[in-house]
Design a protein around this ligand. Sequence first.
Ligand SMILES: [Fe+2]
Length: 240
Amino acid sequence: MSSSSLTLASVADIHAPRFLNAFRSALSKIELDSCVAFIIAGDIVERGKAREARAVFELIKEKFKGPIIAVFGNEDYEEIEDRLKMDNPDIIWLNDEFYDLQVGNITLRIIGSRGVLDNPTPWQRRNIPNIREIYLQRLVKLKTLLRSSPHPTILVTHYSPTYKTLKGEPPRIWPYMGSRRLEKVVEQYKPLIVIHGHAHKSHVERAFIDVVPVYNVSLPAFNKIFLISFKPRKSLLEYF
Ligand SMILES: [Fe+2]
């Protein structure tokens, strides 16, 4: 990689305390000094256990002094979002929001969200009556955020923005794990990189939506922290 490249560290699905040891071990195998940010693509804790999040962030902070950016996963229940934010105020939480990360004279825009499902899960349909509407609104919001970004942009979601990185999971549940509707949005607005988690049994680390690389950084799938290097251009199209 040339000197104009930047590197992000990223992982998802730590499900603390369930995979905390695997996370510790994965962290011990990498150097984070050259990374510009550490991004967690959701499911920091298991089944809403908010107090377990602190251990995850402490492990990262032992090795990395830069910004830590996180989105919520389905296991980081909506009811604990405020608690997670309050207990961990130095983390940059993105919930259908963006954060502009300044790296020297470069501004990187990170857009973060729990993401979108094409079909709500049976549990979601039973417990969240307007869940289809929520996903539709989120899809529109993400489209607006991507369209209006003036900077090189990284999209982070918990759910997958494509079915391509779900191979290894049973195909019949792909619509409950990701979104082809969001894939179309990514294809249209072409962020530099897309990062997601949630696909624990996937065997696809990276796929492409058109020219956009999509990384599935789920810890139980690959047992590693991803180090993703890229050139911070406004658009991938500038390569061509
Ligand atoms: Fe998960």
